[in-house]
Design a binder for this molecule. Structure first.
Ligand code: GRF
Length: 221
């Protein structure tokens, strides 16, 4: 990869994960640059956060596009023109079309506020509380055609407390999101992630099976 990895961040809301990625890029923990922020919501604070850091931030108006495929085509066009290499979904509330997924196959990440495959979709923290789960957390995963079904890159565990509210649990999970999303991007930037079917192997870390000598030998005979 030539130079720093170029990121495109898609966000629909307050953009705290975007902020964590911005801070990690600026602070040197992530060897990447955010080339572009796109939002489908005009007043999304994510756009403001991007602009405050000199990042081009574009509102892509869904009402100007007849179908989600047309919206996605416009987004792809912008991402291409900014030479984006990795697309990061950060609270982006639209489902990507199969065309978008194909175009950036294995180069789209998402952050989800639960330990997938548990509690996919909306209101993951509420789902965890309603089910009486004792632990939940967050997941960074590659995006495939399903809803929160793609290969898992990193997860962080958060304990559910007896007196938790949705807001309190969400806040504790969010703090972990801000840690693991930049970490996952850095692993990608370093070329250490390898997708094998549903699994993501992380080369060169103790947490990965890849570090186990026997597994490594089996993969690289
Ligand atoms: C986060 O909880 C993330 O896991 C989910 O949407 C929320 C976005 O929050 N996908 P923010 O806009 O990054 O603050």
């Amino acid at each position: 990869m030539q130079g720093r990895l170029r990121l495109g961040v898609l966000a629909s809301g307050r953009g705290s994960n975007l902020q964590a990625i911005i801070d990690a890029c600026e602070g040197g923990q992530v060897d990447a640059v955010i080339a572009l922020v796109i939002s489908d919501v005009a007043e999304a604070y994510a756009l403001e956060r991007g602009r405050q850091h000199g990042i081009e931030a574009v509102f892509l108006d869904p009402s100007l596009h007849r179908t989600s495929e047309e919206f996605d085509a416009a987004a792809i066009d912008l991402l291409r023109r900014h030479e984006v290499e990795l697309v990061c979904l950060a609270g982006f509330m639209r489902l990507l079309s199969p065309h978008f997924i194909r175009e950036y196959r294995n180069r789209i990440m998402n952050i989800h506020p639960a330990l997938l495959p548990a509690f996919p979709g909306l209101h993951a923290q509420r789902q965890a509380l309603r089910c009486g789960a004792k632990v939940s957390g967050c997941t960074v995963h590659f995006v495939d055609e399903g809803v929160d079904t793609g290969p898992i890159i990193i997860q962080a565990v958060v304990h559910v407390l007896d007196d938790d509210t949705e807001e309190a649990l969400s806040a504790r999970i969010l703090a972990h999101e801000h840690q693991i999303y930049p970490q996952a991007i850095q692993l990608f930037a370093e070329g250490r992630l390898e997708i094998r079917g549903r699994r993501v192997l992380c080369h060169g870390t103790k947490t990965s099976q890849a570090h186990d000598k026997r597994a490594w030998g089996a993969m690289n005979p």
